[in-house]
Design a protein around this ligand. Structure first.
Ligand code: COA
Length: 252
């Protein structure tokens, strides 16, 4: 377990917090691996009936750690980000996202795998993959158009712009928006309601609503192939260099 993931369990609810506020909660491979492990472990624990995912400080997450992006995995298994996405998309227990600030990249795409998504009024959602010379992941190229329609999905993916919490609400990406000071207590109440409901009914209702199976896995695989190619491309290197040097990227 890394210190950058905070894990607490109380009243049958396990809360996973991205705890790297000095880097706007950018997610490293270690953090993905720790999240994946915790969701798998607590997913099997009868004492846990729901998960909450949130961020420390004033960010949900600024997405994948840009320095960490291109590093290979140590053991040659599925990359930790894939393990994390598989863990949340196959989890049988309800996952609640408390989006307490900007959610960038995987910060947005992971929400498509959560069951209950709530945002603070200061939250923003963006998926700037194209701005980084990359392509969408987490089966978001399938799930986002399905959730919001192609016109809005194109606006999000192709321009990389950030949606306000109220826009996200109007597009159905979040269920409710709360004041910044209210989010934590509202989430506690919702999590408690969910955790105290009949567990089998909850699990079966979730599986009836999701019922996505193979399509998701296949799309993740297609995205993964293109994502890896883009990650190794000069475009990605130029986008990251430009971002670090605070200049506009120049493409050959
Ligand atoms: N990966 C690695 N480090 C990141 C990061 C990321 N995704 N996002 C932020 N950080 C780091 C910054 O490098 C900086 O580190 P430093 O203090 O050591 O220089 C620190 O977090 C604070 O970020 P900073 O850029 O100074 O804050 P800001 O308020 O001006 O901007 C962001 C915040 C998130 C808008 C900006 O950092 C950003 O655009 N990050 C990249 C987001 C991104 O493209 N994510 C990937 C999506 S696929």
């Amino acid at each position: 377990m890394t210190k950058h993931i905070r894990l607490t369990t109380q009243d049958m609810v396990t809360t996973l917090t991205f705890a790297r506020p000095e880097k706007k909660n950018a997610i490293t491979q270690r953090m993905y691996a720790a999240m994946a492990q915790a969701i798998r472990d607590y997913g099997e624990d009868d004492g846990v009936r729901a998960f909450v995912i949130t961020g420390a400080g004033d960010y949900f997450t600024s997405g994948n750690d840009l320095q960490d992006f291109a590093r290979g995995t140590e053991d040659g298994g599925p990359p930790p980000v894939v393990q994390f996405l598989q863990a949340i998309s196959s989890c049988e227990k309800p996952i609640i996202a408390a989006v307490n600030g900007p959610a960038i990249g995987v910060g947005l795409t992971m929400l498509l795998h959560c069951d209950l998504v709530y945002a603070a009024r200061n939250a923003t959602l963006s998926a700037p993959f194209v701005k980084l010379g990359l392509v969408p992941e987490a089966a978001s190229s399938l799930l986002l158009p399905k959730a919001v329609g192609e016109a809005v999905a194109n606006d999000i993916f192709l321009t990389g712009r950030a949606l306000s919490a109220d826009e996200a609400l109007s597009f159905g990406l979040v269920a409710r928006v709360f004041g910044e000071d209210e989010l934590a207590s509202e989430i506690r109440e919702i999590a408690s309601t969910v955790a105290n409901s009949a567990p089998n009914s909850m699990r079966r209702t979730k599986s009836l609503i999701r019922h996505r199976g193979e399509t998701i896995a296949a799309q993740m695989q297609r995205e993964g192939t293109l994502f890896a190619e883009q990650l190794a491309s000069p475009d990605f290197a130029e986008c990251v260099a430009a971002m670090m040097q605070k200049r506009a990227p120049v493409f050959q």
